[in-house]
Each structure stands twice: as C-alpha cells, then as structure tokens.
Design a protein around this ligand. Sequence first.
Ligand code: CP
Length: 304
Amino acid sequence: MNHIISPLDLSVEELDKLLDLANDIERNPEKYAHACEGKRLASLFYEPSTRTRLSFEAAMMNLGGKVLGFSDGGSSSATKGESVSDTIRVVSCYADIAAIRHPKEGAALVASMASQIPVINAGDGGHQHPTQTLTDLLTIRSLKGRLDNLTIGLCGDLKFGRTVHSLIDALARYENVNFILISPEELRVPGYIRDGVLQKTNVSYREVVRLEDALAELDLLYMTRVQKERFFNEEDYIRMKDFYILDEAKMKLASPDMLVLHPLPRVNEIAVEVDKDPRAAYFKQAQYGVYVRMALILTLLEIA
Ligand code: CP
C-alpha cells in the first residue's frame, strides 16, 4: 500500500514524474475529467483548513470522483474517544483513498499503519505537510524552471511551521540548493531539521534574524505566518506575530526575478500592497495545489 506521510516517501525520480503529470493536468484538464469515476476520497480533517481540504476535494471532483468526510474532528466520533486507527479502519470500508489532517504529530503515520487504503498526510501538528511541499515544488519548477541551483530564504516561524520542515526535507536532495533561514531566535528550525537534515546532507545554510540581511541574495522567498495555534501562551504569540512584514519597501531590496511564495493563510507577514507585485506568486501557488493533488490521487490509486 502506498501512503504519503513525508515528502521523502517519493524519490526524486517519482517526484519528477508526479510534477510532470501535474503540468499535463494543468494543460489538458479534460483528459483527466473521468479518471476517478467510481472512486471516493475521504477527507478527514481534525484541524481547520481552507486550501488543503478544499483543494483535495476539488482535485477528486475534477477527476470525476466523489468526496466524503468531516471538516471538524468535533463532529466525528473522535469526541467519543475513537482512535485514529479505528477511524481509518472503518473509513477504509467507505472510500478508496484518504487525506487526513490532525493536530498530533505522527497521527497520519499511525493511520497509515491501520489503513486498507492509501493515506495522505494533510498536515500533522507542527511536524510535516508533504502535499504543501508538492504544491511548492510544482510552483517553483513551473515558474523558475528548476529545483536546483537556488538560494531560498525561509522566513518566519521556522520552529512550528510544518510546511518549512517538509520543504527543507524535499529540497535538500537537489544540487546546489542554499538555504537562508530567517527567524527570531525563539522560532529557529528545530534540531531534528538542522542536525538531521541540513547538516547530515551537507546542505549549505545560514541563520539570520533580519530579513533585510538576506533579501538581495534570494531566488525565492518563502514567507510563513507565526503559528498561533502551536504557542503555549498568548503573550509569546503577540510578541512574535509581527516580527516580519514584507512590504513594498523591502521588495525593493530584492532581485527583480525573486519569487515570493507563502503556503497561506497570511496574517500580517505580507502586506496586501505586495500582492500586485509580479514576483508575488502565492495565489498562483494555491492553484498549483489542485493540479498536484490531482496527480497524487491518480498516482496513489495507480490510475496514472
Ligand atoms: N497551506 C495550508 O495548509 O492551508 P490550510 O491550512 O488552509 O489548508
């Protein structure tokens, strides 16, 4: 059984094939409009989501399939004490593939171990978000033409931001990728990423606090919001939440072809005035999320 729990569940070759498929879907959507007829996606969201849940659901509908599930764990039998393992065993009787988002790190892995159908991790706590990474990689490859030879600034909450952890995991496998990690001291990337990925794979990186100290060097700036829901107290969140604000003045320090990405939702970290800058690609990125999730569903169901 194929599951996607981490971005590393796909080899670089498998990833290339998946991104090629996503680009073909983008160009020829009608070719895939009936590919999943008779198939069902279970959308099991124990945590809030707009993009991931709706883009998974749109992806299955675009493929001619159907969707069932819940958007709030509070309306599921988790409230009665049912485990994730039992839930997925039951859902395996109702659907062909499942996307699960859960506040606990490791929940998707636990689900995959009990599942009779492919499980996709749609975000597990502050740990990983592999389908956001597929979205990011498709966006970068489509708009920059490559995934290697890039200097990438990752900015904001690098401690709790699971999209950043997954993106580092995935991009560290490409040639000549250089990371600049831009965060306040309290929100630096966790040790398991710094030591277990960056140092272990000998990827070039440096950590800075000021966004202005990195901007001129970047091919790509990946902004993230401060993850309010992972903070233990409100005071710390309030102190950190506006640490970085990308605005028109800061964009003037960047290269004319630097791409700005953000997994969204945005809070204050990118001023709305930046949206009209041609380098701002975060809404296009959300559109790429549908194509790549369509490609992933087809691949895991062994239809493509
Ligand atoms: N990027 C992302 O995961 O957004 P949602 O939380 O809205 O799904």
